[in-house]
Design a protein around this ligand. Structure first.
Ligand code: B3K
Ligand code: ZN
Length: 880
């Protein structure tokens, strides 16, 4: 057991850097057995620091120091101290040049932080603290420097040598080697540094900016992926245009490059002018990528591109401010996706993720504010709270200020802070200054963790024609935070009359031209609003378009929900009413005897959705997806995952039996005839037919089986092929399951991104993903422990989606996960720490499960040499 507890870092201890680095001159000598990094820094004392003539301290991690010199003079032992994670030079002048030479071993770097090798190429990942694995440096985002980078490598194996900025020099060297020098004119923090060296093909395109400059767009991929770049390139150009039109932001360098890398810890990275992507988040073709993948790629390409302004030109002062760039950029990419596809569907997808996973995080042991005040390992704080809740917080500012004032605020923010490293407070200040609005109470969204709960009650006074709505907010305690103050919440609502008509919302009697929708601003613990001139008991449509990241409690009757499902003019709330109804019906059946019937009204409502082709099919496709098991668990008090799984499956089967003919008709109506395109209409059609298929297979329908087998064989795109595969894998047709799985593997075995999907469709299935089957997948020839995507597609999918199997009463799923986390902790702590997440939720489950989950955490806790990443997650989860 580890005795050395990792240190906690506090926001309150932030001090400006004692030294600044104006320029960095790097020279990389890349070899097969390692790399030598020569780094020359021009350093000067920070005039804003009160520290004075203190020793210079540079961060380092896993470096072999070869030499240090100051102003060209080698330092002798005693003039500097190599403390492993720190290089200290005790006597330094006010300004000087420091040259440090280090030796590193990218080929043995399995953590995938710093410089490492992936399928034969060199690449980097420096955010948050990876640059210190390359050379000694003040590795903090408020030190911004101009970088010049020379890369030297073997010409044959590494013909392509890339770094940030513009290539200013290239040439040959002795022994079949060559070099390229890159210069980035924009000062940047070292976390945005990037280097790539490999044998890659280049795909080129160009973009003319709003001011008429031509930008060279380049994608670099392995030769076998050359045909999978079009969608990302197209998404990039659309993002560039959108950021000009919506935010007035023009691209700044002359080149923009994207590189695809197979081994990557996350989705992608916004390095200045040289974005590096996980292959699965950038490569796509009709035959190999699903609609979901196409959409994800578009969103991630946009996200990384948008960071060029929200993140790179204006960056974070320290890592507590991470949501400054991440929340804002997620908000930006989400608006971009809404503008290019269906806004309602995009909103539904965002809210589904938020309510399922972020709310769970907010209610768990790792809950933290959007601007945390402490951490042990910053990699653990790239969370749904920082990203998704952070985006919701920016979205609320957009709602409160309105689009014009918001744009004024963002213009001011970019203009005021261009080239600076700033805080979330600076962002809010710019929004306040531009709009004249007071956001002081709103700041609590950044400071208080936990999901606010709004208890809504109402009464109708028929005599006075007044409808009263009372809203009480309460923010639950979270680790280290109690007695929270009320937050400033924009609450959008409408009222519907009993014919479905929208009622005018008169806040004072006799108000003329009252709107049918209002955004109420909640600032107190309790408010009561009176709506006048209402002559019937209305049905409230609350929190329209999910105007705030909160839980709303209101005692809707099933009749009211059915009514809202078909009448609410707010598409999001129509969907949400359907979800609430389905949740209510499923919850009633959890652990109940077979005598408790499935509410027939659900069948009627779903029958209408399946059959009425005049409805918005994109919305219908979403409405037909029943609430996920993960969401049902999140809503439960003492969750019993297998019982929830059984109840949910019972409802789907009931619907499928009752609507069998309608499902077949829906399938046939949505059969594809036109050429494949990723449009909202086509996506909806494919989604509908594949939902119909999966329901039919769940009830062992013979016609369904035939349709699925035919679709699997004949599909001209991965969405349909995968839809059929998934339906068959999750059916009781065992022979077909095995046959299609092996046919699929044979066909796509050379494509790692497709094989990831093949792994996860099995690992997420209660039919194909029992524990022995999961163990067999880990032994499969295509499985690779060093590849995070493979690890996620088997272990992550099992523990995150195959909930009935993972939560087996004997605890074997938990022990299995603990075992894999311990194994991965030695090679890749970031991935290991992520995989622990399902176990951290142990308090959410019925004690019989929770206690065993806790035992799994204890197994991990007792492993020797635990990484800081896993240490933090496990210890916080076990704390009382
Ligand atoms: N900024 C990166 C995330 C880096 C994560 C480091 N552990 C990707 C993004 O959010 O755009
Ligand atoms: Zn980001």
């Amino acid at each position: 057991m580890r005795t050395n507890q990792p240190k906690t870092i506090y926001l309150s201890e932030y001090r400006v850097p004692a030294y600044l680095v104006d320029t960095v001159d790097l020279r990389f000598e890349l070899f097969e057995d390692g790399a030598r990094v020569h780094s020359t820094l021009s350093v000067r004392r920070n005039p804003e620091s009160e520290a004075g003539a203190v020793p210079l301290e540079l961060d380092g991690d896993s470096l072999k120091l070869e030499s240090v010199s100051l102003d060209g003079v080698p330092l002798a032992q005693g003039q500097f101290e190599d403390q492993g994670d720190r290089l200290v030079v005790s006597q330094v002048p006010e300004s000087f040049e420091l040259t440090v030479v280090t030796w590193i071993e990218p080929q043995n770097n399995t953590r995938l932080e710093g410089l490492y090798k992936s399928s034969g190429m060199f690449c980097t990942q420096c955010e948050a603290e990876g640059f210190r694995c390359i050379t000694f440096f003040p590795d903090r985002p408020d030190v911004m420097s101009r970088f010049r980078t020379r890369i030297e490598a073997d010409s044959k194996s590494y013909p392509v040598l890339l770094s940030n900025g513009n290539d200013v020099e290239r040439g040959d060297l002795p022994d079949g080697r060559h070099f390229v020098t890159w210069e980035d004119p924009f000062p940047k923090p070292c976390y945005l540094f990037a280097l790539v060296a490999g044998d890659l093909v280049e795909k080129r395109d160009s973009f003319k900016t709003c001011s008429g400059r031509d930008i060279d767009l380049r994608m670099y991929v392995e030769p076998r992926n050359a045909e999978k770049c079009d969608h990302a390139m197209d998404s990039l150009k659309r993002s560039m245009r959108w950021d000009e039109e919506v935010y007035g932001r023009e691209y700044d360098l002359d080149i923009f490059m994207i590189v695809a890398v197979d081994d990557f810890n996350m989705g992608a990275m916004e390095n200045k002018g040289l974005n590096i992507f996980n292959s699965s988040c950038v490569l796509a073709s009709q035959e190999t990528a699903t609609d979901l993948a196409f959409q994800r790629i578009e969103a991630i390409v946009a996200h990384e591109y948008f960071h060029n302004w929200s993140g790179n030109r204006v960056t974070c002062r320290d890592w507590f401010q991470l949501s400054l760039k991440e929340g804002f950029t997620v908000f930006r990419d989400s608006c971009f996706s809404a503008d290019t596809g269906s806004p309602t569907v995009k909103r539904i997808e965002d809210v589904t993720l938020l309510r399922t996973a972020q709310f769970a995080e907010d209610a768990g042991p790792m809950a933290h504010p959007v601007r945390p005040s402490s951490y042990m390992e910053i990699s653990n704080f790239y969370t749904l709270t920082i990203y998704e809740k952070g985006a919701e917080v920016v979205r609320m500012i957009h709602i409160l200020l309105g689009p014009e004032m918001f744009r004024k605020g963002s213009d001011l923010y970019f203009e005021r802070h261009d080239g600076q490293a700033v805080t979330t407070d600076d962002f809010l200040q710019a929004m306040e200054d531009a709009s004249g609005r007071d956001l002081s109470q709103f700041r609590r969204w950044y400071e208080q963790a936990g999901t606010p709960v709004l208890e809504v009650s109402d009464e109708f006074d028929a005599n006075a024609c007044v409808y009263r709505l009372s809203i009480r907010q309460q923010i639950p305690d979270t680790p280290g935070q109690t007695n929270k103050q009320p937050q400033h919440i924009p609450f959008a609502l409408g009222l519907l009359g009993n014919r479905g008509q929208a009622l005018p919302l008169r806040l004072v009697a006799g108000e003329v031209d009252a709107p049918a929708e209002r955004v109420l601003e909640l600032t107190e613990t309790e408010h009561t609003f009176e709506f006048h001139g209402i002559d019937e008991h209305p049905v409230p449509s609350l929190l329209r378009d999910f105007s705030a990241p909160v839980r709303v409690r209101y005692p809707w009757s099933r009749e009211q929900l059915l009514f809202l499902m078909s009448h609410d003019p707010d598409g999001f709330n129509r969907w949400d009413a359907g979800q609430r109804l389905a949740v209510d019906v499923i919850q009633e059946l959890v652990g109940a005897s077979k005598d408790v019937a499935v509410d027939p009204r659900l069948v009627t409502a779903y029958g209408h959705l399946v059959s009425d082709a005049s409805l918005d099919q994109a919305l219908v496709a979403k409405m037909l997806q029943l609430p996920s098991e993960a969401y049902l668990i999140e809503l439960a008090d003492a969750a019993d995952a297998p019982a929830i799984h059984a109840a949910r499956e019972r409802v789907v089967k009931h619907l499928a039996i009752a609507l069998r003919d309608e499902l077949v008709a829906c399938y046939r109506r949505n059969a594809e005839s036109e050429a494949y395109q990723v449009t909202p209409e086509q996506i909806a059609r494919r989604s509908l037919r594949n939902t119909a298929l999966s329901w039919l297979l769940l009830i062992n329908d013979e016609e369904g089986r035939e349709l699925a087998v035919r679709q699997f064989r004949d599909a001209d795109n991965m969405t349909d092929r995968m839809g059929a595969l998934r339906a068959l894998v999750n059916s009781d047709y065992e022979d077909e399951r095995d046959r299609v799985l092996s046919e699929f593997y044979t066909r796509f075995q050379d494509d790692p991104q497709v094989i990831e999907q093949w792994f996860s469709v099995q690992a997420a299935s209660d039919r194909a993903g029992s524990l022995p089957q999961i163990r067999a997948l880990l032994e499969h020839e295509a499985f690779d422990w060093k590849n995070p995507n493979k690890v996620r597609s088997v272990i992550g999918a099992f523990a995150g989606q195959n909930l009935a199997e993972f939560h087996r009463a004997d605890g074997s799923g938990y022990d299995f996960l603990a075992e894999q986390v311990c194994r991965l902790d030695d090679s890749n702590p970031q991935i290991a720490a992520r995989l622990v997440t399902p176990l951290t939720r142990w308090k959410k489950f019925a004690p019989a499960y929770g206690e065993r989950m806790k035992a799994g955490l204890e197994l991990i806790r007792d492993k020797s040499g635990l990484s800081r990443d896993v240490y933090e997650v496990v210890h916080k989860s076990l704390a009382d």
